[in-house]
Each structure stands twice: as C-alpha cells, then as structure tokens.
Design a protein around this ligand. Structure first.
Ligand code: SF4
Ligand code: SF4
Length: 211
C-alpha cells in the first residue's frame, strides 16, 4: 500500500513539473507573439539610407577636367585619371576614369574637393560581387545612375527601427498603442513625390515641343 502511494506521489510530482516546464515554454512563445517585428525582410524590404549616406560614387565624364585633385586628396590615391595631352590644343584629353570600390574607404574626400562637382556620393550600398576585380568601376560604370530604395517599385522602403516607439530598442512588452518613432512603409510611400501621370507627362512634353 505504501509503495503504491509513493508511486502516485512521484507521478503527480513529475506531472506538475512537466506542466510547469510546458507553461514556461508557452510563455516564451506567447511573449514572441506580442512582439513587434524589427527585422527587415531583405531584399523585399530595405532600409532607406540616411540623407548623407556615403555609398557608391557617381561620376560625370563630361564635367571632368582631368585635374587629378581627387587623386591628390584621396588618402590612398585611388582614382585613376587616364588622360593625354593634345599638343594641338594644349589641353588634356580625358580617356578613362576609374575607382576601385574594393579598396575605396568611402571617405568622400574626392567628392568634397572636386572643383567641377562631377563626383557625388549616392545611396547605393549593394556592392557585393563574386570577383573583387569587378568592383573596379570605369567611367561607364561610375556614370550609371544609382539605384534608389525609395523609387524601386519592387522594394518596400523602411525607416530604421520604424516599428518601435521613440527611445525603445527592446521589442519585448511594448504597448501596441504607443506611437511608433518612424513611419510605416505605407506612410513613407505616401510622403514621396508622386510620378506625373502618363497623360500629364505627355501633355507637358507636347507643350515643350510646341514652344
Ligand atoms: S571616397 Fe575616399 S577613398 Fe574613395 S576614392 Fe574618394 S577619396 Fe579615395
Ligand atoms: S577632381 Fe573632379 S574634375 Fe578633377 S580629375 Fe577628379 S573627378 Fe575629374
């Protein structure tokens, strides 16, 4: 009889222990259900770079005077300005211009000091490549217009930590009614300038042609 009661007692203790463990596990699960998302679903969602973000450099060949100021102010003398002297006109003729983004530290010195403003920092940050040598951009690659998170229709633009209230960095236990610090993707899109409708664009181009 005593042995039977002991078995029942042990069984009850184990059952209570298992129930406690399950409750703790489910507590973690339900805590996650109350959290707000903080991850960015890249590449479908992308963070909007800050206004002064220093991304891939854009270069305008036609404005470059081959002065090589960009080379002199670069901490690693990186830009390659390929020019020849035209003896007839006694002027430099620019042949090619290149920057190797596998080496560039994106300090922005070249952009800052270029006398003709033919260099500019863009918000393009997706420079991954299988071959590091393909990061050596010539003047054609540098002249390509940069991609933009806010104008790419296939991407939902996000502001950093937009999902969390101001000053909040931990998503645990955040009251869902508290105001968010940033804008939701739909609000960001609402605030962007609308592209002109096809009919308006056609009308304006016709007006320009008439004038
Ligand atoms: S951003 Fe800086 S490191 Fe890169 S090319 Fe310009 S000056 Fe050189
Ligand atoms: S500083 Fe500007 S204008 Fe001069 S070589 Fe460099 S890119 Fe061209």
């Amino acid at each position: 009889m005593f042995g039977f009661l002991k078995q029942v007692g042990d069984y009850t203790r184990e059952a209570v222990g298992a129930a406690q463990a399950m409750t703790q596990g489910l507590g973690v699960t339900f805590d996650h259900l109350r959290r707000r998302p903080v991850t960015v679903q890249y590449p479908y969602e992308k963070l909007i770079p800050s206004e002064r973000y220093r991304g891939r450099i854009h270069y305008e060949f036609d404005k470059c005077i081959a002065c090589e100021v960009c080379v002199r102010v670069c901490p690693i003398n990186l830009p390659v300005v390929d020019w020849v002297m035209n003896k007839a006109t006694k002027k430099k003729e620019l042949r090619n211009y290149s920057i190797d983004f596998g080496v560039c530290i994106f300090c922005g010195n070249c952009v800052e000091y270029c006398p003709t403003n033919c260099l500019s920092m863009t918000e393009e940050y997706e420079l991954a490549a299988f071959d590091r040598h393909s990061l050596n951009y010539d003047n054609v690659a540098l002249g390509r217009l940069p991609t933009s998170v806010t104008t790419d229709p296939s991407v939902i633009p996000l502001r950093e930590l937009a999902y969390l209230p101001k000053g909040e960095v931990d998503p645990h236990g955040v009251d869902p009614n508290r105001a968010r610090a940033g804008q939701l993707p739909a609000q960001v899109l609402e605030g962007l300038p609308k592209p002109p409708a096809a009919s308006e664009a056609a009308a304006s181009s016709k007006g320009g042609a008439d004038a």
